[in-house]
Design a protein around this ligand. Structure first.
Ligand code: NAD
Length: 479
């Protein structure tokens, strides 16, 4: 996403490197280690043919491994016409820092296939996905112990199920085959809560931010998430779940939704479910009856709001529009939505940015839980749930016995029994693990942000925390 501005906009990968360099300048890494961490270890490019509609079509795909300080390496597979090597490498680098920040024990990787999924029928996409997976599997670029993909833009549960099945066909005796990819449907080895995980993580990140009055004040905001006006770009997997949870559970108002074909705006708050249904049915937001429609969707990024959530693609806030962004708080649900140059401008203008490597880490966190579940071959909570419920039953019995004594004059609140008796199932455990992860990672970042006078922003703080962890892993390996 380039502009005519001067100086020229750096590419996505250059932006990631510039942000990395800004952080390592504040560190005292061993000579040469900085370069070792920054560079991408390897990128594999594959071109393969698939016979479709009577012709052979050639597709180009990539799998990039940024860092193997921990293995397996982890990172999504993106299906989009814009996929190219630099983008995949930038995304792989972000995965390294993201996993380190949230303490998911993986190195960083990413993959992509240059394709517009809308151009193909479902059965054709299956053939293409399986063939791409075959090419990666036979080189161990998909493997439960070495490289574990997940969904990203243009892919979801369906593609992950095809990939897992392809791996099992090629590795019939591998009992851990299902762990070769995460983001699978629950009936094919997936985990409850994975589909919502990245958007849920965005919600937990904002909830944690709003627990710290000092941080809220840095963004010139006050109060809680309730009533905050939120604009979301991209109502796909991440944007939809983030907007849904913020509006339904935290009382925020989704005042703007930006999609490919324009934007919807309503200061009273949009009905996220209704907009999502409209998009699924009509392919875009145009024609949605209950809000103002703007053809120039990007312009809504500049609209007045409290929180801006870019959740579509990279480079959307750049040198051409950064100066006009009014949101005092931006949470990067997408990867790389703010270029390095725009980041400087926004920070100078006092905007607080919750950086991508933290904000969208919910996906990889729950992917980590799914991978563990696959390797342990048992659903989370299966052993404990009923035991927990019977212990709670003891407490309830005792409380009921006491409340039967009218002389004591107290009784159980309505619903207490039901709520207390219910043991945690997989979904509750996944959400609890995700919430804990998002809180702990935010606290690690903000501690650096507030404790060091040379750290002005959360992104630099996030890099400092994660690069330190990667460096420590390399040191432990003797490098
Ligand atoms: P998705 O394909 O489900 O959704 C993307 C949405 O953005 C779609 O609704 C699409 O129509 C919209 N969009 C595309 N181009 C647009 C444009 N120019 N303007 C406005 N809207 C546009 O993808 P996703 O999985 O939600 O991923 C979105 C972002 O989040 C990506 O940057 C991805 O790397 C990042 N991310 C995703 C996950 C995950 O678990 N899916 C995890 C971490 C990060």
């Amino acid at each position: 996403m380039n502009t005519q501005s001067n100086p020229p906009e750096p590419s996505f990968r250059e932006s990631v490197d510039m942000m990395f360099n800004r952080a390592v300048a504040l560190m005292d890494l061993a000579p040469g280690l900085e370069e070792k961490i920054r560079v991408c270890n390897a990128t594999y490019t594959v071109r393969f043919g698939v016979r479709l509609r009577g012709d052979i079509h050639t597709f180009t795909g990539y799998r990039s491994v940024h860092s193997e300080h921990m293995e397996p390496v982890k990172g999504g597979l993106r299906f989009a016409p814009s996929v190219h090597q630099d983008e995949v490498e930038a995304l792989a680098a972000l995965m390294t820092y993201k996993c380190a920040l949230v303490e998911a024990p993986f190195g960083g990787s990413k993959g992509g296939l240059r394709i517009n999924p809308r151009d193909w029928e479902d059965h054709e996409l299956e053939l293409i996905t399986r063939r791409f997976a075959y090419e990666l599997i036979k080189r161990d670029l998909i493997n439960p112990a070495q490289n574990v993909p997940a969904p990203d833009m243009g892919t979801g549960e369906r593609e992950m199920a095809w990939i897992a099945d392809q791996f099992k066909r090629m590795n019939t005796t591998d009992i851990n085959g299902a762990a070769c990819v995460t983001g699978k449907p629950t009936n094919a080895g997936g985990i409850a809560g994975r589909v919502e995980a990245t958007g849920r993580g965005v919600q937990y990140a904002l909830q944690e931010f709003f627990r710290h009055p000092e941080d809220i004040a840095m963004a010139n905001l006050s109060g809680s998430l309730k009533g905050k006006r939120v604009i979301v770009q991209g109502l796909g997997n991440v944007g939809y779940h983030a907007a849904k949870f913020l509006s339904e559970e935290d009382g925020s108002l989704i005042t703007g939704i930006i999609e490919r074909d324009g934007a919807l705006h309503d200061e009273r708050g949009l009905n996220v479910e209704a907009v999502r249904e409209w998009i699924l049915k009509h392919g875009g937001v145009a024609g949605y009856p209950d809000a103002n429609h703007h053809m120039d969707g990007g312009a809504l990024l500049e609209e007045d709001c409290d929180i801006l959530i870019p959740a579509a693609l990279e480079g959307v806030i750049n040198l051409s529009n950064a100066d006009r962004i009014k949101a005092p708080l931006i949470i990067e649900a997408a990867n790389g939505p703010i270029t390095a140059g725009a980041d400087d401008i926004l920070r100078d203008n006092g905007c607080v940015i919750i950086p991508d490597m933290y904000a969208n880490a919910g996906g990889v966190t729950v992917s980590y839980f799914e991978w563990v579940k696959n390797l342990s071959h048992i659903r989370f909570g299966r052993m404990q749930r009923r035991a927990e419920e019977s212990r709670h039953q003891l407490v309830i019995d005792e409380l009921e016995r006491l409340s039967a004594d009218k002389d004591l004059g107290w009784e159980l609140s309505p619903n207490f029994k039901d709520r207390y008796l219910r043991g945690a199932g997989e979904l509750e455990l996944v959400r609890s693990g995700l919430d804990d992860t998002m809180r702990a990672a935010y606290q690690a970042m903000r501690q650096v942000w507030h404790a060091r006078s040379d750290v002005q922003d959360l992104r630099t703080a996030a890099y400092l925390v994660s690069i330190r962890k990667v460096a420590d892993s390399y040191r432990a390996k003797g490098l």
